[in-house]
Design a protein around this ligand. Structure first.
Ligand code: NAP
Length: 287
């Protein structure tokens, strides 16, 4: 394929109109002088296989997959990366000679964002994951592959936290604990954990006054509070954590960095992300 040929990329989800991925990837392409287009599609579940086969036939080099297809797409793939095998969910399809390989860049995107914004690295950390859904799996799979000291999972439905812990234990040596949802009320938890990651949608627009039942008065400057939500850019959880002196990070960085990792996997070009943070923040602020 010559450089004069426009390469095709896409995101599949349903609904998809709200997705900022086309904006982000078009920005990376322009910034990197890369000749490509990135389009959003919302196939129905029963059309997913056709959509992927169609994009492959049209020569698409890469596809992003978002809610609700991160797991549903797996049967149509040639293989999974080790990262995607752990979490059994993909957000990035990379075209190879075998067909599309599924990867999950969500967790490494979050780690990159925290490194960039706070110099935070997972090694030696004691990390609390609040929630055990799709996003939590992606994050857990990435941090469990680094030398974290401990991962503690609390989820409203404890069985889901337990099955995530079981999945992680098959692939990681790190200490993994599951606690009851009520453990968020125990003061000792806050002495034993240094990083709190909210992976639930509690606090997401329009329910901006919602928040996981974290004891905010137990947070201090030694803690890092992370919210995967980026709409609003500062959730109630982050606002209160900041008031306690904790370092904070929203899901904006994760969104930009997971996109940059997908872009790099498709094109072998690693985009600079600082301006993309600004672009996405401005877009969100302008509603
Ligand atoms: P999901 O698969 O539906 O999982 C939701 C999780 O939150 C589950 O563990 C669920 O607990 C818990 N939960 C939901 N409502 C709750 C409530 N009222 N009280 C207590 N727990 C509750 O969703 P997801 O795909 O993981 O997405 C979660 C969040 O991450 C969303 O806000 C999404 O926008 C964000 N996200 C951000 C990025 C990024 O790039 N920044 C990427 C992916 C996702 P149960 O198991 O008990 O139902």
């Amino acid at each position: 394929m010559s450089d004069t040929e426009t390469k095709l990329f896409a995101v599949l989800g349903n609904p998809i109109a709200h997705s900022l991925s086309p904006l982000l990837h078009s920005f990376f392409m322009e910034q990197c002088h890369y000749n490509g287009v990135y389009l959003a599609f919302a196939p129905k579940k029963e059309e997913l296989a056709q959509a992927i086969a169609g994009l492959k036939a049209l020569g698409a080099k890469g596809i992003n997959v978002t809610i609700p297809y991160k797991e549903a797409v797996i049967p149509y793939l040639a293989d999974l990366t080790p990262q995607a095998k752990i979490c059994q969910a993909v957000n990035t399809l990379i075209l190879t000679e075998k067909g599309f390989i599924g990867d999950n860049t969500d967790g490494n995107g979050l780690i990159k964002a925290l490194e960039k914004q706070h110099g935070w690295q997972p090694e030696g950390r004691k990390i609390l994951l609040i929630g055990a859904g799709g996003a939590a799996k992606g994050v857990a799979a990435a941090i469990a592959r680094r030398q974290v000291a401990e991962i503690v999972i609390v989820n409203r439905t404890k069985e889901k936290a337990e099955s995530l812990a079981k999945l992680l234990a098959q692939h990681s040596e790190c200490l993994i604990k599951v606690l009851d949802w009520d453990a968020l009320q125990q003061e000792t938890l806050y002495q034993n954990v240094d990083t709190f990651i909210n992976t639930t949608p509690m606090g997401m627009s329009p329910h901006i006054e919602a928040m996981a039942p974290v004891r905010m008065e137990c947070l201090c400057e030694d803690h890092m509070a992370v919210d995967l939500i980026y709409n609003p850019l500062e959730t109630k959880f982050l606002r209160l954590a900041k008031a306690q002196g904790a370092k904070t990070a929203s899901g904006l960085g994760m969104f930009v960095e997971q996109g940059a990792l997908s872009f790099a996997a498709w094109t072998t070009i690693t985009p600079e992300t600082t301006d993309a943070y600004r672009l996405i923040a401005e877009t969100l602020n302008n509603g």
